[in-house]
Write a new protein. Structure first.
Lengths: 178, 343
């Protein structure tokens, strides 16, 4: 059978057909009614809003929120040994560590040295989690707290005491598999 | 009909003190309806978009309009260097005046007995009803045009030019749509038209008239999908770009008042005013509530349309007005006239 060029003609429809006349009027009216039906369907679907301050979306376990410093549970010594690797890894340069030597009378951490000053400037932090990855002792981890706004910038510089303190439970955590 | 009476009043004229009292009362009713409509719009629009709408101020956000108005009224008055001062001050006042003027026409009920004085539950009942409404509608557009022009900014000017063209395109079909009603009712008094609807609301025999009137009303009250004169996406607010604080409040109130007035007029002309269908005859004191209920239902439809249709392109607006609405309204008037004469 010979090739019929007529069969390969592709009809391209760009937009609706020419409007106007009674057909156009009818179509415009019908389309408006269809639109009204669609919006009414949205009305019946109910509300998707989460009333934020009263109601919060639980965060995932690996959510990267405000940092926390940790202690050993048995001895109560700080895990941080003041190695400054987190400060070196930090891309936005917001961690400041000043190390000091542990002495037998004044033992703060389990290692040879400890962090005498440990400050994170949260107004600079980009919450990338590199500090957590760089830390050889898992002394610093990213917590779940994300409500960090404050009235002035200096209040956003978190000191070692603030980072070591138990975080206020204000962020719901998603259960396993939720 | 006695043509020597000023304003060509028809029906009953109350004593002068009752006229003053009822004009104050109806103006206050109009003012009270504005926040209700405002809140309805924001709440219902929210539901259409799967959200709650404002719900923080007061119970379920009921106090939001008051917070809005306090915010607007306490703003600093300002005006551009290029503005024409006195026109810039006058235009918003003209806009709210026209809206209140048209509000006087909305009939809430027939003549009733209030503490021994027979009182009509309407601001004024004139023998030229719809013409009066059109006159004030034109003045409210005039205030929009003046405001846009007096602002001395190009966006405002574009908005006011659009307003002028839109007024001309949509007043004509709106008027034509009413001719059918007037021919059927054989009167132009709004209370007379309502009384003529006993047995059958005009939305049924004048369905096309109703559709045309409604579409033209969206354009007249400057509501989506015909809000080209303030099209915020392209004109940053159109005629009210340069207005702020109390002047903007006046424009804002006038827009919502116009919406209420148009709903009231549509209720009187097409939806049977204070009459109920199926032979239900409620007590007389319910009449104003029935009218307000129908008005709010019509406003809800306004909001539904706003949630549905996108803003028209300018040439589409023009071709809809002249090529569709005007012939439809004319045909409707013509056919109605033929039927009325044939009977």
């Amino acid at each position: 059978m010979a090739w019929d060029p007529e069969k390969d003609v592709i009809e391209v429809i760009r937009g609706p057909k020419e409007a106007g006349g009674a057909g156009g009027l009818y179509r415009a009216f019908g389309e408006t009614l269809r639109g009204l039906k669609t919006t009414f369907g949205q009305l019946r679907m109910g509300v998707d809003t989460i009333q934020y301050p009263e109601e919060k979306i639980p965060v995932y376990p690996r959510f990267r929120g405000r940092h926390q410093l940790h202690r050993f549970e048995d001895s109560g010594l700080e895990k941080c040994v003041g190695c400054s690797l987190c400060a070196a890894a930090c891309p936005s340069d917001c961690i400041r560590v000043v190390a000091a030597e542990n002495t037998p009378e004044h033992r703060v951490s389990a290692g040879e040295r400890y962090a005498a000053v440990y400050e994170i400037n949260l107004s600079r932090c980009i919450f990338c989690g590199y500090c957590e990855v760089a830390c050889p002792f898992d002394a610093i981890t990213m917590g779940h707290d994300f409500e960090l706004s404050d009235a002035n910038r200096s209040d956003l510089i978190f000191t070692k005491e603030m980072l070591l303190a138990e975080p206020i439970e204000r962020t719901p955590l998603r259960a396993e598999g939720e | 009909m006695n043509l020597n009476v000023p304003f060509a009043l028809v029906g009953y004229i109350e004593p002068w003190w009752m006229v003053i009292i009822k004009s104050v009362v109806f103006a206050l009713i109009g003012l009270q309806l504005v926040p209700v409509v405002l809140m309805m719009e924001r709440k219902i629009l929210g539901r259409f978009q799967n959200r709650y709408g404002p719900n923080r101020v007061g119970l379920y956000g009921a106090m939001t309009p008051i917070a809005d108005i306090i915010k607007l009224l306490s703003k600093e008055p300002f005006r551009p260097k290029t503005a024409i001062g006195w026109l810039f001050e006058l235009a918003p006042i003209l806009s709210i005046t026209a809206a209140f003027g048209a509000l006087a026409l909305v009939p809430y009920g027939p003549v009733v007995d209030i503490f021994g004085t027979a009182t009509g539950l309407y601001g004024i009942d004139v023998s030229i009803g719809p013409l009066y409404v059109f006159a004030f509608g034109a003045i409210s557009f005039y205030s929009v045009m003046l405001g846009g022009w007096a602002s001395g900014s190009k966006y405002s000017f574009l908005g006011s030019m659009r307003a002028a063209a839109q007024l001309i395109s949509y007043e004509v079909p709106q008027g034509m749509a009413l001719i059918g009603v007037i021919i059927t009712a054989q009167t132009m008094s709004l209370t007379g038209i309502v009384e003529a609807q006993r047995g059958m609301w005009y939305i049924v025999p004048q369905f096309f008239g109703f559709i045309v009137f409604m579409v033209a009303s969206f354009a007249e009250t400057n509501r989506p999908p015909f809000d080209l004169m303030e099209a915020d996406a392209e004109l940053t607010g159109g005629y009210n770009t340069e207005f702020g604080g109390s002047k903007f409040t006046l424009y804002f109130f006038a827009e919502y008042l116009n919406m209420i007035v148009v709903s009231g007029i549509a209720t009187a002309l097409f939806l049977g005013g204070w009459l109920l269908p199926f032979g239900i005859h409620p007590p007389n004191w319910l009449d104003p509530f029935i009218v307000i209920g129908k008005m709010l239902a019509f406003v809800t439809f306004f909001i539904w349309i706003r949630a549905t249709l996108p803003r028209l392109r300018y040439d589409q607006l023009m071709s809809l007005g002249w090529k569709v609405l005007l012939p439809l309204a004319t045909l409707n008037a013509l056919i109605t006239a033929i039927i009325v004469v044939a009977n």
